[in-house]
Design a protein around this ligand. Structure first.
Ligand code: SF4
Length: 386
């Protein structure tokens, strides 16, 4: 009954875990898994791990489960910042459609397509990090490693039910090949650990694999509300001023659990007014005003459907204690604070990927593989079968 009632179609895809085990047990398949930033906050909480051990623990679990390659899709968050900040600054300099809305959250994109189609031109054309990572693995990694698309099976591990639906959208299956073959939630991932009777002592911490090993603190912040905006500002301010951002990397005013947070930055004679909205109920009043043509006083608006962002996604176990959400956010903030790399545009592995494959941000290849377009829901195509 729930499957039929689910408004975003995500519950049609709840049975993917069996398919993932089947792929892992098929010697003809190369199974690639990648894990979202917010998942580590819950894995740390579940196993009582300190923040700086969570990522290596997850990589170790994924290897133990049997994934052939394990990637951190924080890498794709960095890639998203390269693409989206370039797109946003292009709109600023050319007088493009404003305000610019982020498009990382499929719950928010669904709301625009279903209820506010007039806002479609405001959405960034960037795919979400999940879909950018899938497209990069299915194209760059496949080419570099000589693995055929028939052999390659790509699994995303995320905090989100809506990402199951997103992976099945027809625009993310060019020529019938999905960017992402299966999507597992954090809860399903924890259940896999239980089904295999793995204990923490059975896990050897590991590094994520090349060629996407290095990630930044900016990308990690994507897991909580304000993270996309903060990562964008770290790049945008440097591009606008032409100066390295040394003393103020933290934009704390956009972090946290309030429904709407704001900041304004100025650089190179340009002022950027930013709003960060978490919880879809908080965007509706603004969305109605913008759809009616009103200037609401913002240039960049980050929207995350879940209150607090992906640390509160429906694919995680439900928080049972007061303070649990703040603890999840702190895991991400601490990883960022102690990261050697804290700006997406300084990630050497991302820069190498541009050198050897994408060319430059917003290039023709990048547009082909990392960007998308949207349509009002009544015109939407039917989701793809796996
Ligand atoms: Fe998914 Fe919620 Fe994160 Fe949006 S905010 S991507 S719906 S977990």
């Amino acid at each position: 009954q729930c499957v039929r009632a689910c408004p975003c179609g995500a519950l049609d895809y709840v049975r993917e875990r069996g398919d993932v085990f089947t792929a892992i047990n098929d010697p003809a398949k190369v199974v690639v898994g990648f894990v979202a930033p917010a998942v580590r906050t819950v894995v740390a909480e579940h196993f009582g791990l300190p923040f700086d051990e969570a990522s290596a623990f997850i990589a170790g679990v994924m290897r133990r489960i049997g994934f052939d390659k394990v990637f951190d899709f924080t890498f794709a968050a960095d890639l998203t910042i390269m693409e989206e900040t370039t797109e946003f600054l292009g709109r600023v300099s050319s007088g493009g459609v404003m305000p610019h809305f982020t498009s990382c959250c499929p719950g928010w994109v669904n709301l625009v397509e279903r209820r506010y189609p007039a806002l479609i031109p405001h959405l960034s054309s960037c795919k979400s990090p999940q879909q950018m990572m899938g497209a990069t693995v299915k194209n760059h990694f496949a080419q570099q490693s000589g693995v055929s698309l028939d052999e390659l099976y790509v699994v995303s591990i995320v905090p989100c039910l809506a990402k199951k639906y997103e992976a099945a959208r027809p625009e993310f299956a060019p020529e019938g090949v999905r960017d992402v073959d299966a999507v597992l939630t954090t809860t399903e991932f924890l259940e896999m650990i239980e089904m295999l009777r793995l204990e923490p002592a059975d896990i050897t911490p590991a590094e994520f694999d090349e060629p996407y090993r290095r990630v930044t603190g900016a990308g990690i912040l994507f897991g909580a509300s304000g993270g996309v905006a903060e990562a964008t500002l770290r790049m945008a301010v440097e591009k606008l001023t032409g100066e390295p951002l040394l003393d103020k990397l933290d934009f704390e005013e956009v972090r946290g659990f309030e429904g709407i947070k704001e900041t304004t930055v100025t650089g190179g004679g340009v002022t950027v007014r930013v709003a960060v909205v978490s919880g879809l109920n908080n965007i509706e009043p603004l969305a109605r005003r913008i759809a009616a043509g009103e200037d609401v006083g913002y240039d960049l608006i980050e929207v995350m459907a879940c209150p607090g962002g992906c640390i509160n996604g429906a694919g995680h176990p439900v928080p049972g204690k007061v303070g649990q959400m703040a603890a999840r956010q702190k895991v991400l903030v601490n990883i960022d604070r102690t990261s050697y790399l804290r700006k997406s545009h300084e990630n050497p592995d991302v820069l190498r990927l541009y050198d050897e494959f994408y060319g430059e941000p917003n290039s023709e290849t990048a547009h082909h593989l990392l960007h998308t377009s949207y349509a009002p829901f009544r015109d939407a195509a039917v989701p793809t079968e796996r």
